[in-house]
Ligand binder design. Structure first.
Ligand code: ADP
Ligand code: MG
Length: 485
């Protein structure tokens, strides 16, 4: 369901979307205990008495989490608050042994910011960030281990999360997808979250409402814990349609929390939305207000890497890449690094082309990650060099690349071993041209009689005779000359 289709089918409705993204801070240990925060341990193997909510245990803030929250805030161009406060968010759940979650409410560590999202038509839109706060994750109930019993795994209990809340600035599922993608790229560049959505280290709560453009905001529904970009988009499309149909049928949206069903792409009601006061937030008496002074913030600012937007701008300005190509390359840090190595000393536009089309295409087909690429960035750069200096044609280069990808050999060796050097010897090409003209007398006559498009046929024949090695430009020139005789 595209936006156009939505209009076509349901009148002039506008979707309004705001996302709350939970991003697990990339640290060794939990937010308030020394237990490991790694993913995938045996159940309940990473639980300290603090995480288990034992009486008398006291939380101690993990400084690394504070520093990474600040780092992320700076990456989101956001205000960093010198004082923030941890509060208890009280609710009962079997996987929440403390009976409350330590979170930040009225005074988060990071305030307003913004990120730029890149849309497929090449335009950029700014999405506001409302806040980023630190909070503990809850444990996990397991309902599929025993026919009558539910089990609880507390490994995740106390894991450090950054909740990053956007303003309701998105208007299409596509924009929401671009937002999550960009946010993930930013935290990965910063090294503050691994962004692995399938392991749950990044999860989204998706808020959706609909309205007629210009009207005040409609009532929102919140879809919990959506764990891939594609699901975020599907959930939005479904939910917006559901709301429109309900309203047009004379119904009313009630604010509620919904679940996304990945199997059939629908959402269903989970519970009506609790109001904030139901959580009885109050400052955690076990924790002092968190203070970060300006020196602490400035020290972190000094270590900020070049982020995707800045990198994209640089790629466009210094390498002459299109905004689209630059966007593809910077979308992952490793990809941008690979490109810069491949382009070093070579034609950057050609290198970008080879990375985007050939390399990423081959990796995708082989279901491999860039880090497992059989072709190193240096080797790809070398291949680009061989094309630029006319040692091989672009066509032969594809063959060489396939062999590099299959065997990990370097391009120079492949070209030498298989004798693939481009033929640029005028005499040799003239000889092939003469043969083709001689063997196809009938076609030559037709060509001379005005059937111009046969020219391509002659070029093809000469290239074929050369085993694909004749320089195509020279073949063109020499053929033209010969046929004009
Ligand atoms: P809660 O704790 O109720 O989830 P938050 O303030 O943490 O509230 O998050 C609210 C989210 O909902 C934000 O991302 C915000 O942009 C979004 N939002 C608020 N109002 C609307 C609306 N009318 N339609 C869509 N999204 C909305
Ligand atoms: Mg929230």
């Amino acid at each position: 369901m595209s936006n156009a289709l939505l209009k076509g089918n349901t009148g002039d409705w506008e979707m309004v979307i705001g996302l709350e993204v939970h991003a697990q801070v990339l640290t060794k240990s939990k937010l308030f205990s020394g237990a490991s925060a790694d993913f995938g341990g045996a159940p309940n193997a990473q639980v300290s008495p603090v995480d288990a909510g034992m009486p008398g245990m006291l939380p101690v803030i993990n400084k690394e989490c504070v520093s990474k929250a600040v780092r992320t805030g700076l990456g989101l161009n956001a205000t960093i608050n010198n004082v923030s406060i941890f509060e208890r968010k009280n609710y009962f759940y079997p996987d929440l042994p403390q009976g409350y979650q330590i979170s930040q409410y009225q005074h988060p560590i990071v305030g307003n910011g913004e990120i730029e999202i890149d849309l497929p038509d090449g335009t950029v839109k700014k999405i506001g960030i409302e806040r980023l706060h630190l909070e503990q994750d809850a444990g996990k109930s397991l309902h599929d281990q025993h026919p009558q019993k539910s089990y609880v795994d507390l490994n995740r209990s106390g894991n450090p999360l950054m909740e990053i809340v956007s303003k309701p600035d998105m208007r299409t599922a596509e924009e929401a997808g671009a937002y999550v993608t960009k946010l993930r790229a930013i935290v990965r560049y910063l090294g503050t979250c691994d962004g692995n959505m399938d392991e749950g280290s990044m999860r989204c709560d998706v808020n959706v409402s609909v309205r007629k453009p210009g009207d005040p905001l409609g009532t929102r529904c919140e879809i919990k814990n959506v764990n891939s970009v594609r699901f975020v988009q599907q959930a939005i499309e479904y939910e917006a349609r559901r709301q429109i149909e309900l309203i047009e049928g004379g119904g009313k949206i009630t604010q509620e929390t919904r679940l996304f069903d990945t199997k059939n792409g629908t959402t269903r009601s989970m519970r009506s939305k609790e109001d904030a006061h139901d959580y009885r937030y109050f400052p955690d008496p076990d924790l002092l207000p968190l203070t970060v002074d300006n020196a602490f913030i400035e020290n972190i600012r000094k270590t900020m890497p070049e982020l995707p937007d800045a990198k994209k701008k640089r790629f466009v300005e210094t390498f002459g890449l299109s905004a689209y190509d630059a966007g593809v390359l910077v979308s992952e840090k490793e990809r941008a690094e690979y490109f810069e190595i491949a382009a070093k000393g070579h034609d950057p536009k050609l290198a970008a082309n080879w990375v985007i089309t050939e390399l990423l295409g081959a990796l995708n087909k082989a279901e491999k990650e860039l880090k497992d690429s059989p072709v190193s960035a240096e080797a790809l750069g070398e291949l680009v060099g061989l094309i630029s200096n006319n040692t091989i044609s672009g066509r032969i280069a594809k063959e060489v690349f396939a062999e590099m990808f299959g065997t990990g050999k370097n391009p120079g060796d492949i070209v030498k071993d298989r004798g693939l050097q481009q033929v640029t010897d005028t005499g040799a090409i003239e000889k092939l041209v003469a043969e083709v003209v001689r063997d196809n007398a009938d076609k030559v006559a037709e060509y001379k009689g005005g059937k111009d498009k046969l020219f391509g046929f002659f070029v093809g024949q000469v290239l074929k005779k050369s085993g694909g090695k004749a320089n195509p430009g020279m073949v063109n020139d020499l053929l033209k000359k010969k046929l004009e005789e």
